[in-house]
Design a protein around this ligand. Structure first.
Ligand SMILES: Cc1cc2nc3c(=O)[nH]c(=O)nc-3n(C[C@H](O)[C@H](O)[C@H](O)COP(=O)(O)OP(=O)(O)OC[C@H]3O[C@@H](n4cnc5c(N)ncnc54)[C@H](O)[C@@H]3O)c2cc1C
Length: 425
């Protein structure tokens, strides 16, 4: 194994997703020699995947609403946002030649709705600033002398660094690099961690063979869903979701996924109440369904009097007992609050993001691990979660920014001479 050269002014950034690259940018701008290591053949693969869905970079809502999306972690994320917020993120993209726009829902996207042009311009700028990239370098932990161990195409390497930023991602979409394999490495060093759990995820439902065969892949549009958590709090969201072979997924489900997941953990399952016709009043719906249907089939009656057909009718038959379809009152009540029982979240690897990760108790305000001075963490590997809407990428970018600044503050304190801001080359 090649010996590690002591490189006090070299900063190792491990993980080339949005968080790691942003830390690399802050550090290289300050004149540090930055080496980015990534296990995959190229960096930012999940970021590129996010680009397939339009790349929702951030959100244009008011700062108090924005920060509230991070729930119990609003204080920590708020500190990062105070240094580099959604507007600065848009300005940063603009400086890379990427215009952004605010969609009707307040979500912010690049004009081209893609990640590749932004990533290309960003990597070009980083390389121009002297940042080196080492693909196919899988971090394996630390050697006895504190240097970083990597599995590389040339065999195992030891790397010495003045400071390290870990930006290793969460635990979903392992095939894109973020496989959570860092968890035991940090646990072995006594770092407090919260279990990685699916966030913004789908759920398993025990569909009948009929529903699965006929409707898997079908969207259920213009509905709302209410979840009453075990503590009695009712959360309602409107939108659409998708029937899958194993259950349900899509924006409406993701928006409720954190309380649903927690509810399942607390009580074994969770029941969503689906309003199939949110624009219709219960009383009026009951009156309409009370019209004698004569020789009409129930399917025709539902279509004509309640606008229920196709996948919505199938869901109604699937989730209701036959006897409940008999009276207009009961039928209308079911259409307005159809109970859909969710058994369990889909596996972590399928989720849009992960909850859990490095506990904030393990970190100081500079995002440095208290137990490992000189090692900083950023991005989705930290214990925060947020809904979709641009909040995930924003927190990754801004925590990378915060970790980069944290390294500079720490170096200035512990190694004032070595924190010379002049470039090494
Ligand atoms: C389908 C999909 C769509 C999404 N769309 C959006 C969206 O539109 N808006 C939004 O805000 N968010 C979106 N997200 C979430 C967003 O992409 C992630 O939250 C974000 O990429 C996380 O950034 P990160 O830098 O923390 O980690 P990652 O992007 O996961 O990067 C981590 C990097 O670390 C590397 N790595 C891991 N372990 C090691 C190791 N041991 N050694 C070396 N390297 C290692 C990985 O190869 C990877 O390159 C989406 C996610 C998915 C799955």
């Amino acid at each position: 194994m090649p010996a590690a050269e002591p490189q006090p002014r070299t900063i190792a950034v491990i993980g080339g997703g949005p968080a790691g690259l942003m830390a690399a940018e802050v550090l290289s701008k300050a004149g540090m020699r930055v080496e980015v290591f990534d296990a995959m053949p190229s960096v930012a693969r999940k970021f590129l995947l996010a680009g397939r869905g339009g790349l929702n970079l951030t959100h244009a809502e008011a700062p108090e609403q924005f920060v509230a999306r991070y729930g119990t972690r609003r204080e920590e994320v708020g500190r990062w946002l105070a240094e580099f917020g959604p507007q600065q993120l848009r300005d940063w993209a603009h400086a890379l030649g990427i215009e952004t726009f605010v969609g009707s829902s307040g979500r912010v996207f690049p004009q081209e709705m893609k990640a590749a042009p932004l990533l290309r311009a960003w990597l070009h700028r980083l390389r121009g600033a002297g940042v080196s990239f080492h693909a196919r370098h899988r971090w394996l932990g630390w050697d006895g002398d504190g240097s970083l161990r990597f599995a590389s195409p040339a065999g195992e390497l030891k790397v010495g660094a003045g400071a390290t930023v870990l930006a290793l991602g969460g635990g979903s979409w392992a095939r894109l690099g973020s496989d959570g394999a860092w968890v035991p490495l940090l646990a072995a060093r006594g770092i407090e961690l919260q279990t990685l759990r699916p966030a913004n995820c789908g759920f398993n439902v025990a569909w009948s063979g009929h529903l699965r065969q006929r409707f898997a892949g079908t969207p259920v549009k213009n509905v709302s869903a209410t979840y009453v958590a075990p503590d009695g709090t009712a959360i309602r969201r409107a939108g659409e979701f998708l029937i899958t072979t194993d259950g349900v997924e899509g924006n409406l489900i993701y928006a409720l996924s954190a309380p649903l997941r927690d509810g399942i953990e607390a009580s074994g399952d969770a029941t969503l109440q689906i309003d199939l016709v949110p624009e219709r009043e219960l009383q009026r719906l009951t009156q309409d369904l009370a019209h004698p249907r004569g020789r009409d089939s129930l399917a025709n009656h539902l279509r004509r009097r309640a606008g229920i057909s196709g996948v919505k009718a199938a869901l109604l038959y699937e989730c209701a007992a036959a006897a409940d379809l008999a009276t207009p009152e009961r039928l209308a009540a079911l259409i307005k609050a159809l109970p859909l029982c969710l058994d369990s979240p889909r596996p972590l690897d399928e989720a849009i993001s992960s909850a859990g990760g490095v506990d904030f108790a393990a970190l100081d305000r500079n995002l440095m691990l208290k137990a490992l001075p000189g090692t900083f963490c950023a991005g989705e590997m930290l214990d925060w979660e947020a809904p979709t809407g641009g909040y995930l990428l924003t927190a990754c970018f801004v925590s990378g920014h915060a970790a980069g600044l944290g390294v500079l503050r720490w170096l200035a304190r512990v190694q004032p001479a070595k924190a010379d801001p002049h470039p090494a080359r």
